[in-house]
Write a protein that binds this ligand. Structure first.
Ligand code: FAD
Ligand code: MLT
Ligand code: ZN
Length: 474
């Protein structure tokens, strides 16, 4: 069988569902097996609506032992599966390619414990990021990550993609803040590395393998996370600059002058602004500039922080680096400013087809590629839009057309990957490889490293039932 939509991908030699299989799952998970075609679409189609699978069954376990029973059975029967959280992934990793069974963490949403002194929360993998953050807010704590999809992504999905997000600059990556993981292997064995310790050097740090492995090595069932104190004072500024050189100078200046209170430094270009103005009817709070920078500070003393932010703005404007800017005066204004940056991804979908790239580049090169691509694509496309996590050297480069256009894709790829590789960048900074990018791995990982990944996959999942066609190249 070859998928009509993906002619280069062959269905693996997996079994197909029988009535006996359905009986087994219905007994194991009464009322929690979905098979009605009208209910399956949401699990078969990805957030960007560019990848569609044909799964006939969604399983909704509530406990780790149910996940273990499911995987043990699927492994023995050679039935392929896709672990799915909130289905907000951007590389087609969370939906089936053919008829893989979806194992959803929707009902695995229990908070298991919270130690308010250390700030360590232990919870099931299906907890929604925003729900966890709201729970922690009542206890003066916060999740160490935040992203535009917070209202629907699950913490298990975040951990499995090693999601970066808007405050990585301040709180670091999940490889640092995840203290423990409980996962179920393809065989059904439960690996309990759910440590709640900050320090534990007893041999290999196995939990790290599940962070960012996109459901190919095991299904994450619970996690333990170190959460920072919620800052008492948060300020957000939105600035306009004339060019990318000025954006870099702004970043350098704010790192020096805002130092320990800097919690985010994001950028978006004028084309991003136009996209959200036209497609989402959002309003630009300042005049039009080629580039905009969002700076957030989080600290413990409101008036001290404001003083620092004002001094920074004065210096930046005095030096002629920043042309114009506004500071949010209250929570609503703060949310509105963040909305400008967080909702670009949503705005792009309104154009029709979105070619999405998520790359890490040395900072001085970050905008060169955008200008180069704009020239290359000319008027063949609706928009060339770029934004991203300036403080992390992470560019989100996007192109849109009214519908999928093979010629446009040919102009972007492999050019963008070759460009990135030449400057030793990464072709996936934070979204992962999933289904769409798995064959691009060689642009950023050397052959021996890829070989080692293949060996590890064989060790963890000898029958290849866990999220096939994803992450590991063909
Ligand atoms: P899903 O999409 O359901 O799954 C993602 C991958 O993880 C799949 O491969 C899936 O098989 C696997 N998976 C899911 N749950 C498990 C589990 N329990 N065990 C094993 N494997 C599992 N990403 C960033 O890094 N930074 C951002 O700033 C950011 N912003 C975003 C903004 C928007 C509007 C959107 C739509 C997405 C954004 N993303 C961002 C993409 C990001 O990867 C996801 O939002 C999030 O981390 C995925 O969580 P999820 O629960 O939706 O996972
Ligand atoms: C973001 O930072 O907005 C997300 O990673 C989503 C995207 O890249 O579009
Ligand atoms: Zn991002």
């Amino acid at each position: 069988l070859t998928s009509v939509r993906y002619p280069h991908v062959q269905r693996g030699k997996y079994a197909t569902l029988t009535e006996k299989d359905v009986d087994f799952f219905q007994k194991l998970l009464p009322q929690r097996v979905l098979q009605d075609p009208s209910e399956l679409d949401g699990y078969n189609i990805d957030w960007m609506r560019t990848v569609r699978g044909n799964s006939q069954m969604v399983l909704r376990p509530k406990t780790t032992s149910e996940v273990a029973e499911i995987l043990k059975y699927c492994n023995e029967r050679h039935l392929a599966v896709v672990p799915q959280g909130g289905n907000t992934g951007l590389v087609g990793g969370s939906v089936p390619v053919f008829d893989e069974i979806v194992i959803s963490t929707q009902l695995m949403n229990q908070i298991i414990s919270l130690d308010e002194v250390s700030g360590i929360v232990v919870c099931q993998s299906g907890c929604i990021l925003e729900t966890l953050d709201n729970y922690l807010a009542e206890r003066e704590l916060m999740m160490p990550l935040d992203l535009g999809a917070k209202g629907s992504c699950h913490i298990g999905g975040n951990v499995s993609t090693n999601a970066g997000g808007l405050r990585l600059l301040r709180y670091g990556s999940l490889h640092g803040s995840v203290l423990g993981v409980e996962a179920v292997l393809a065989s059904g064995e439960i690996v309990d590395c759910l440590s709640s310790l900050r320090k534990d050097n007893t041999g290999y740090d196995l939990k790290q393998l599940f962070i960012g492995s996109e459901g190919t090595l095991g299904m994450v069932t619970s996690v333990s996370i170190l959460c920072p104190r919620r800052p008492k004072a948060v300020n957000v500024a939105f600035l306009g600059v004339e060019n990318f050189e000025a954006a870099l100078q702004t970043f350098q200046l704010c790192k020096g002058m805002l130092a320990e209170i800097l919690s985010a430094c994001e950028f978006m270009d004028q084309e991003s602004m136009q996209c959200i103005q036209e497609n989402l009817k959002l309003t630009n709070p300042i005049k039009s500039y080629p580039l905009y920078i969002l700076i957030e500070t989080s600290g413990s003393h409101g008036s001290h922080d404001e003083e620092k932010l004002n001094a920074f703005l004065e210096a930046a404007m005095g030096k002629g680096i920043v042309q114009d800017g506004t500071i949010a005066m209250d929570v609503t204004q703060r949310q509105n400013i963040w909305g400008l940056r967080e909702r670009i991804a949503e705005g792009l979908l309104h154009d029709g087809y979105n070619y999405k790239y998520d790359i890490s580049l040395p900072l001085p090169k970050l905008y060169e590629i955008v200008e180069d691509m704009r020239q290359r694509l000319g008027s063949k496309v609706t928009r060339v839009v770029s934004y991203g996590h300036l403080g992390d050297g992470n560019l989100h480069f996007n192109v849109t057309t009214p519908e999928y256009n093979k010629e446009v894709l040919g102009l972007i790829e492999p050019y963008i990957y070759e460009w990135t590789s030449q400057v030793r960048g990464s072709v996936s900074a934070e979204h992962g490889l999933g289904f769409k990018k798995r064959d691009c791995i060689r642009y950023s990982k050397e052959p021996n490293a890829v070989k080692m990944m293949v060996k590890m996959k064989k060790l963890f999942d000898p029958n290849g039932i866990l999220n096939p066609y994803k992450t590991i190249p063909l």
